[in-house]
Design a protein around this ligand. Structure first.
Ligand code: 8YV
Length: 331
Protein backbone atom coordinates (compact mmCIF):
# COMPACT_ATOMS: atom_id res chain seq x y z
CA UNK A 1 0.00 0.00 0.00
CA UNK A 2 0.85 3.65 0.25
CA UNK A 3 3.73 4.82 2.40
CA UNK A 4 2.55 5.66 5.90
CA UNK A 5 2.89 9.33 6.85
CA UNK A 6 5.68 10.25 9.24
CA UNK A 7 3.82 11.65 12.23
CA UNK A 8 5.90 13.33 14.92
CA UNK A 9 4.13 13.56 18.27
CA UNK A 10 5.75 16.04 20.62
CA UNK A 11 4.58 14.59 23.96
CA UNK A 12 3.81 11.23 25.53
CA UNK A 13 0.13 10.38 24.95
CA UNK A 14 -2.06 7.80 26.74
CA UNK A 15 -1.04 4.23 25.80
CA UNK A 16 -4.15 3.34 23.74
CA UNK A 17 -3.58 6.45 21.61
CA UNK A 18 0.08 5.69 21.06
CA UNK A 19 -0.72 2.08 20.15
CA UNK A 20 -3.24 3.21 17.55
CA UNK A 21 -0.84 5.84 16.19
CA UNK A 22 1.83 3.17 15.79
CA UNK A 23 -0.58 0.92 13.90
CA UNK A 24 -1.74 3.60 11.51
CA UNK A 25 1.26 5.83 10.96
CA UNK A 26 5.01 5.89 10.89
CA UNK A 27 4.68 7.40 14.36
CA UNK A 28 7.63 9.08 16.02
CA UNK A 29 6.68 9.08 19.68
CA UNK A 30 8.27 11.13 22.40
CA UNK A 31 9.20 8.59 25.04
CA UNK A 32 10.56 11.16 27.45
CA UNK A 33 7.60 13.11 28.69
CA UNK A 34 8.95 16.62 28.53
CA UNK A 35 8.27 19.49 26.16
CA UNK A 36 10.50 19.63 23.07
CA UNK A 37 13.05 22.42 22.84
CA UNK A 38 12.83 24.80 19.90
CA UNK A 39 15.76 22.97 18.29
CA UNK A 40 13.90 19.67 18.64
CA UNK A 41 10.75 21.18 17.19
CA UNK A 42 12.72 22.52 14.25
CA UNK A 43 14.27 19.10 13.66
CA UNK A 44 10.79 17.58 13.86
CA UNK A 45 9.15 19.90 11.32
CA UNK A 46 12.06 19.41 8.88
CA UNK A 47 11.28 15.72 8.60
CA UNK A 48 7.64 15.22 9.47
CA UNK A 49 4.66 14.87 7.17
CA UNK A 50 2.41 15.60 10.12
CA UNK A 51 3.23 17.30 13.43
CA UNK A 52 1.13 16.62 16.52
CA UNK A 53 1.94 19.37 19.04
CA UNK A 54 0.31 20.25 22.36
CA UNK A 55 -0.17 23.43 24.32
CA UNK A 56 3.39 23.10 25.63
CA UNK A 57 4.95 23.61 22.18
CA UNK A 58 5.39 27.06 20.69
CA UNK A 59 4.92 26.62 16.94
CA UNK A 60 5.91 30.12 15.91
CA UNK A 61 7.07 31.54 12.58
CA UNK A 62 10.67 30.58 13.35
CA UNK A 63 9.75 26.92 13.77
CA UNK A 64 7.41 27.00 10.77
CA UNK A 65 10.01 28.61 8.53
CA UNK A 66 12.21 25.60 9.16
CA UNK A 67 9.49 23.19 8.00
CA UNK A 68 10.36 20.82 5.19
CA UNK A 69 8.35 20.41 1.99
CA UNK A 70 6.62 17.36 3.47
CA UNK A 71 4.96 19.10 6.35
CA UNK A 72 1.37 19.66 5.29
CA UNK A 73 -0.59 19.15 8.48
CA UNK A 74 -0.35 20.24 12.09
CA UNK A 75 -2.87 18.16 14.00
CA UNK A 76 -2.96 19.84 17.40
CA UNK A 77 -3.60 17.61 20.40
CA UNK A 78 -5.92 20.06 22.11
CA UNK A 79 -8.50 22.66 21.34
CA UNK A 80 -6.61 25.90 21.88
CA UNK A 81 -4.36 26.73 18.94
CA UNK A 82 -2.95 29.92 20.45
CA UNK A 83 0.59 28.52 20.47
CA UNK A 84 0.49 27.96 16.73
CA UNK A 85 1.13 30.86 14.35
CA UNK A 86 -1.85 30.16 12.09
CA UNK A 87 -0.96 32.94 9.64
CA UNK A 88 2.55 31.57 9.17
CA UNK A 89 1.20 28.03 8.80
CA UNK A 90 -1.41 29.14 6.26
CA UNK A 91 1.19 31.09 4.29
CA UNK A 92 3.17 27.86 3.96
CA UNK A 93 0.11 25.89 2.90
CA UNK A 94 0.01 23.93 6.14
CA UNK A 95 -3.40 22.85 7.36
CA UNK A 96 -4.07 23.08 11.10
CA UNK A 97 -6.62 20.99 12.99
CA UNK A 98 -7.64 20.86 16.65
CA UNK A 99 -9.82 18.68 18.89
CA UNK A 100 -13.05 20.54 19.68
CA UNK A 101 -16.00 18.90 21.37
CA UNK A 102 -14.35 16.03 23.17
CA UNK A 103 -13.02 18.08 26.08
CA UNK A 104 -16.08 20.29 26.55
CA UNK A 105 -17.73 18.44 29.43
CA UNK A 106 -14.53 17.74 31.33
CA UNK A 107 -13.42 21.36 31.12
CA UNK A 108 -16.88 22.55 32.13
CA UNK A 109 -16.76 20.22 35.16
CA UNK A 110 -13.48 21.73 36.27
CA UNK A 111 -14.80 25.23 35.68
CA UNK A 112 -17.84 24.45 37.81
CA UNK A 113 -15.55 22.95 40.45
CA UNK A 114 -13.65 26.26 40.63
CA UNK A 115 -16.89 28.28 40.67
CA UNK A 116 -17.86 26.28 43.76
CA UNK A 117 -14.41 25.94 45.31
CA UNK A 118 -13.47 29.59 45.65
CA UNK A 119 -16.58 31.07 47.31
CA UNK A 120 -17.10 27.95 49.46
CA UNK A 121 -13.45 27.82 50.53
CA UNK A 122 -13.04 24.21 49.49
CA UNK A 123 -9.25 24.18 49.50
CA UNK A 124 -9.06 26.12 52.80
CA UNK A 125 -11.37 23.57 54.36
CA UNK A 126 -9.71 20.55 52.82
CA UNK A 127 -6.39 21.62 54.35
CA UNK A 128 -7.72 21.65 57.94
CA UNK A 129 -8.08 17.95 58.77
CA UNK A 130 -4.81 16.69 57.30
CA UNK A 131 -3.16 19.35 59.46
CA UNK A 132 -4.77 17.88 62.63
CA UNK A 133 -3.76 20.73 64.93
CA UNK A 134 -5.92 23.38 63.34
CA UNK A 135 -9.44 22.02 63.93
CA UNK A 136 -10.64 23.17 67.30
CA UNK A 137 -14.21 22.14 66.65
CA UNK A 138 -17.24 23.49 64.91
CA UNK A 139 -18.35 27.06 65.34
CA UNK A 140 -21.26 28.97 63.83
CA UNK A 141 -18.93 31.65 62.53
CA UNK A 142 -16.04 29.52 61.34
CA UNK A 143 -15.00 28.82 57.73
CA UNK A 144 -17.75 30.96 56.34
CA UNK A 145 -17.69 31.36 52.60
CA UNK A 146 -20.23 32.93 50.32
CA UNK A 147 -23.39 31.34 48.97
CA UNK A 148 -23.44 30.18 45.35
CA UNK A 149 -27.18 29.78 44.89
CA UNK A 150 -28.99 32.87 43.66
CA UNK A 151 -25.86 34.66 42.51
CA UNK A 152 -25.19 35.98 39.03
CA UNK A 153 -22.68 34.21 36.82
CA UNK A 154 -21.30 36.06 33.82
CA UNK A 155 -19.80 33.83 31.15
CA UNK A 156 -17.31 35.47 28.80
CA UNK A 157 -17.48 33.36 25.65
CA UNK A 158 -20.60 31.26 25.11
CA UNK A 159 -19.20 28.55 22.88
CA UNK A 160 -19.22 24.84 23.61
CA UNK A 161 -17.49 25.08 26.97
CA UNK A 162 -19.29 28.26 28.06
CA UNK A 163 -22.63 26.61 27.29
CA UNK A 164 -21.68 23.47 29.20
CA UNK A 165 -20.67 25.63 32.18
CA UNK A 166 -23.97 27.51 31.95
CA UNK A 167 -25.98 24.26 32.09
CA UNK A 168 -24.16 23.16 35.22
CA UNK A 169 -24.34 26.57 36.85
CA UNK A 170 -28.06 26.85 36.20
CA UNK A 171 -28.58 23.56 38.03
CA UNK A 172 -26.69 25.07 41.00
CA UNK A 173 -29.14 27.97 41.13
CA UNK A 174 -26.97 30.62 39.56
CA UNK A 175 -28.56 32.99 37.08
CA UNK A 176 -26.84 32.90 33.73
CA UNK A 177 -25.50 35.94 31.92
CA UNK A 178 -23.18 35.94 28.98
CA UNK A 179 -21.16 38.04 26.63
CA UNK A 180 -20.27 36.66 23.23
CA UNK A 181 -19.43 37.96 19.78
CA UNK A 182 -22.84 36.72 18.66
CA UNK A 183 -26.03 36.13 20.52
CA UNK A 184 -26.75 32.38 20.85
CA UNK A 185 -29.86 30.68 19.46
CA UNK A 186 -33.12 31.73 21.15
CA UNK A 187 -33.79 28.10 22.11
CA UNK A 188 -30.52 27.94 24.03
CA UNK A 189 -31.15 31.29 25.70
CA UNK A 190 -34.59 30.01 26.74
CA UNK A 191 -33.20 26.74 28.06
CA UNK A 192 -30.58 28.53 30.16
CA UNK A 193 -32.85 31.49 30.97
CA UNK A 194 -29.74 33.40 29.99
CA UNK A 195 -29.32 37.13 29.62
CA UNK A 196 -27.17 38.36 26.75
CA UNK A 197 -24.93 41.36 27.37
CA UNK A 198 -23.73 43.02 24.22
CA UNK A 199 -21.44 45.14 26.37
CA UNK A 200 -18.80 43.19 28.24
CA UNK A 201 -18.14 46.25 30.40
CA UNK A 202 -21.74 46.40 31.54
CA UNK A 203 -21.87 42.70 32.28
CA UNK A 204 -18.64 42.78 34.29
CA UNK A 205 -20.05 45.56 36.46
CA UNK A 206 -23.06 43.53 37.51
CA UNK A 207 -21.87 39.97 38.11
CA UNK A 208 -20.99 38.10 41.30
CA UNK A 209 -18.86 35.54 39.49
CA UNK A 210 -17.17 35.81 36.10
CA UNK A 211 -16.05 32.73 34.17
CA UNK A 212 -13.75 33.16 31.18
CA UNK A 213 -14.44 30.58 28.47
CA UNK A 214 -13.32 32.10 25.19
CA UNK A 215 -10.31 31.27 23.01
CA UNK A 216 -7.07 33.20 23.19
CA UNK A 217 -6.49 35.03 19.92
CA UNK A 218 -4.75 38.31 19.12
CA UNK A 219 -8.19 39.94 19.44
CA UNK A 220 -8.83 38.57 22.94
CA UNK A 221 -5.41 39.27 24.45
CA UNK A 222 -6.05 40.92 27.86
CA UNK A 223 -9.76 41.00 27.10
CA UNK A 224 -10.09 41.40 30.85
CA UNK A 225 -7.78 44.40 30.97
CA UNK A 226 -6.96 46.42 34.08
CA UNK A 227 -9.69 48.88 33.08
CA UNK A 228 -12.29 46.15 32.67
CA UNK A 229 -11.30 44.31 35.85
CA UNK A 230 -11.77 47.56 37.74
CA UNK A 231 -15.42 47.55 36.63
CA UNK A 232 -16.11 44.34 38.55
CA UNK A 233 -18.15 44.53 41.73
CA UNK A 234 -16.21 44.62 44.98
CA UNK A 235 -16.30 41.08 46.34
CA UNK A 236 -16.77 39.41 42.96
CA UNK A 237 -15.02 36.19 41.98
CA UNK A 238 -13.14 35.40 38.80
CA UNK A 239 -12.64 31.95 37.27
CA UNK A 240 -10.41 31.18 34.30
CA UNK A 241 -10.06 27.75 32.71
CA UNK A 242 -9.39 29.12 29.20
CA UNK A 243 -6.02 30.84 28.72
CA UNK A 244 -3.96 33.00 31.06
CA UNK A 245 -3.42 35.84 28.63
CA UNK A 246 -7.15 36.58 28.41
CA UNK A 247 -6.73 38.37 31.74
CA UNK A 248 -4.22 41.06 32.66
CA UNK A 249 -2.73 38.88 35.40
CA UNK A 250 -0.78 41.68 37.09
CA UNK A 251 -3.91 43.78 37.39
CA UNK A 252 -5.94 40.83 38.67
CA UNK A 253 -3.30 40.08 41.31
CA UNK A 254 -3.30 43.68 42.49
CA UNK A 255 -7.09 43.62 42.85
CA UNK A 256 -6.95 40.37 44.81
CA UNK A 257 -4.24 41.80 47.07
CA UNK A 258 -6.26 44.98 47.63
CA UNK A 259 -9.41 42.98 48.40
CA UNK A 260 -11.24 44.44 45.41
CA UNK A 261 -11.83 40.95 44.11
CA UNK A 262 -12.86 38.33 46.67
CA UNK A 263 -11.09 35.47 44.97
CA UNK A 264 -9.93 33.79 41.81
CA UNK A 265 -10.12 30.19 40.61
CA UNK A 266 -7.46 29.64 38.01
CA UNK A 267 -6.37 26.72 35.87
CA UNK A 268 -4.27 28.77 33.44
CA UNK A 269 -1.61 31.48 33.76
CA UNK A 270 0.07 34.07 31.59
CA UNK A 271 3.50 32.46 31.82
CA UNK A 272 2.66 28.86 32.59
CA UNK A 273 4.13 26.59 33.74
CA UNK A 274 5.67 29.48 35.72
CA UNK A 275 3.14 30.88 38.18
CA UNK A 276 3.49 34.36 39.64
CA UNK A 277 4.65 33.92 43.29
CA UNK A 278 2.13 36.57 44.33
CA UNK A 279 -0.63 34.20 43.24
CA UNK A 280 0.86 31.42 45.34
CA UNK A 281 0.82 33.76 48.32
CA UNK A 282 -2.81 34.70 47.64
CA UNK A 283 -3.65 30.99 47.54
CA UNK A 284 -2.25 30.49 51.04
CA UNK A 285 -4.59 33.29 52.19
CA UNK A 286 -7.69 31.70 50.68
CA UNK A 287 -7.90 34.32 47.93
CA UNK A 288 -7.13 31.96 45.07
CA UNK A 289 -7.56 28.32 44.14
CA UNK A 290 -4.83 27.41 41.68
CA UNK A 291 -4.83 24.35 39.46
CA UNK A 292 -1.99 23.35 37.13
CA UNK A 293 -3.81 23.45 33.74
CA UNK A 294 -5.86 20.31 34.27
CA UNK A 295 -9.23 21.34 32.86
CA UNK A 296 -9.33 18.57 30.28
CA UNK A 297 -7.19 16.14 32.25
CA UNK A 298 -9.28 12.98 32.34
CA UNK A 299 -8.10 9.67 30.94
CA UNK A 300 -11.24 9.39 28.83
CA UNK A 301 -10.86 12.93 27.55
CA UNK A 302 -7.26 12.50 26.56
CA UNK A 303 -8.07 9.25 24.74
CA UNK A 304 -10.91 11.02 22.91
CA UNK A 305 -8.54 13.87 22.01
CA UNK A 306 -6.09 11.34 20.61
CA UNK A 307 -8.84 9.74 18.55
CA UNK A 308 -9.83 13.15 17.21
CA UNK A 309 -6.23 13.77 16.19
CA UNK A 310 -6.13 10.41 14.42
CA UNK A 311 -9.39 11.08 12.57
CA UNK A 312 -8.05 14.42 11.35
CA UNK A 313 -4.76 12.93 10.19
CA UNK A 314 -6.46 10.06 8.38
CA UNK A 315 -8.99 12.30 6.64
CA UNK A 316 -6.24 14.67 5.55
CA UNK A 317 -3.92 11.92 4.33
CA UNK A 318 -6.81 10.32 2.41
CA UNK A 319 -7.28 13.60 0.56
CA UNK A 320 -10.39 14.76 2.42
CA UNK A 321 -10.96 17.96 4.31
CA UNK A 322 -10.24 17.09 7.95
CA UNK A 323 -13.32 17.59 10.16
CA UNK A 324 -11.61 19.92 12.63
CA UNK A 325 -9.72 22.17 10.28
CA UNK A 326 -9.03 25.53 11.90
CA UNK A 327 -10.40 28.23 9.62
CA UNK A 328 -7.72 30.93 9.51
CA UNK A 329 -10.11 33.89 9.07
CA UNK A 330 -11.89 33.05 12.28
CA UNK A 331 -8.85 33.33 14.53
C1 8YV B 1 -4.88 20.70 27.09
C2 8YV B 1 -6.29 22.74 26.48
O1 8YV B 1 -4.36 20.86 28.36
O2 8YV B 1 -7.30 21.87 24.56
C3 8YV B 1 -6.88 22.85 25.12
O3 8YV B 1 -6.92 23.97 24.60
O4 8YV B 1 -5.91 23.70 27.06
C4 8YV B 1 -6.19 21.38 27.10
O5 8YV B 1 -7.10 20.50 26.63
C5 8YV B 1 -3.85 21.09 26.11
O6 8YV B 1 -4.14 22.18 25.36
C6 8YV B 1 -3.47 19.98 25.19
O7 8YV B 1 -2.59 20.44 24.21
Amino acid sequence: GRKKPLVVITRKLPDPVETRMRELFDARLNVEDRPMSQAELIAAVREADVLVPTVSDLIDAEVLNAAGENLKLIANFGNGIDKIDIAAATARGITVTNTPGVLTEDTADMTMALILAVPRRLTDGAAILPDGKKWEGWSPTWMLGRRIWGKRLGIVGMGRIGTAVARRAKAFGLSIHYHNRHRVMPALEDELEATYWESLDQMLARMDIISVNCPSTPATYHLLSARRLALMQPGAYLVNTARGDLIDEQAMIKMLEDGKLAGAGLDVYENEPAVNPKLLKLATKGKAVLLPHMGSATLEGRIDMGEKVIINIRAFCDGHRPPDRVIPTRV
